[in-house]
Design a protein around this ligand. Structure first.
Ligand code: SAH
Length: 234
């Protein structure tokens, strides 16, 4: 089974972007993942091809029109499409590695990228869009957020990471941040690689990594240890 993403955007030129290179690029070339960007503007219905309008109630900015967006969603994802429909949104549930794994286990996703002030609330409800945020800051559009989500999903697809084991101990997979890494030279600007790592004692290495991981997580992300990561159960 391969992962198929359809992205609804006003800037299809932004795709595949960096996903065309490196790990993701090779996954796409092999056919393990596919990415199709569709221009929302192709579904505009008036002669000016307008996709946005002024906000009801007044105020700054513009809002993506529900009829145009719904038309685009229905065209790329007709009834029976098993893929979840996501809307990149700063108001969404924060993206987690657990959700990334779930998406990677599925058939793909339809991803709506907002622009301007966002999208009309009624299309979110009527088309059952799951709002996902990539962090507590505001981007000018959903495209970079979609690229980030897809980057995280594609790298965990079966066969994408060279060494299958390399994913398992990474940050968040274990509920903790990962331990520090070192490589040659043995001494860099007077700093040595911790001796245990070159001792050849695998048990001691594992214990050191586990302890460092715990220490880092305590210092930087105590929320991960308390299980209170601000997430609401899905
Ligand atoms: N007025 C909105 C922000 C709109 S930003 C608000 O205050 O909530 C324009 C678009 O960028 C959004 O529709 C969304 O698709 C995208 N976007 C901005 N920040 C994002 C984030 N942190 N995560 C995911 N998408 C984001």
């Amino acid at each position: 089974m391969s992962f198929h993403a359809t992205i609804l955007t006003l800037y299809p030129e932004m795709f595949p972007g960096h996903l065309g290179l490196s790990l993701a690029g090779r996954a796409i070339a092999r056919g393990d993942a596919s990415i199709e960007a569709v221009n929302i503007r192709d579904f505009a219905t008036d002669k000016h091809r307008s996709v946005d309008d002024t906000p009801a109630g007044g105020g700054a900015g513009m809002v993506l029109k529900p009829d145009v967006l719904a038309g685009a969603i229905d065209a790329v994802s007709p009834e029976g499409d098993p893929r979840p429909r996501l809307l990149m949104s700063p108001r969404g549930k924060p993206l987690t590695q657990a959700r990334v794994r779930e998406l990677a286990d599925g058939p793909g996703a339809v991803i709506v990228c907002g622009r301007f002030e966002g999208v009309d609330q009624r299309v979110i409800e009527a088309r059952n869009l799951e709002e996902i945020s990539i962090g507590d800051y505001v981007l000018s559009g959903g495209e970079p957020a979609a690229l980030i989500l897809l980057d995280a999903v594609i790298r965990v697809l079966p066969g994408v990471m060279g060494n299958a084991a390399s994913g398992a101990h990474e940050s968040f997979e274990t509920g903790m941040l990962e331990h520090p890494h070192y490589t040659r030279p043995q001494v860099f600007e007077g700093r040595e690689i911790p001796a245990v790592l070159t001792s050849g004692n695998h048990k001691a290495v594992d214990a050191w990594r586990e302890a460092e991981s715990l220490k880092l997580t305590r210092e930087r992300r105590p929320d991960l240890l308390s299980g209170d990561d601000g997430q609401v159960e899905k």
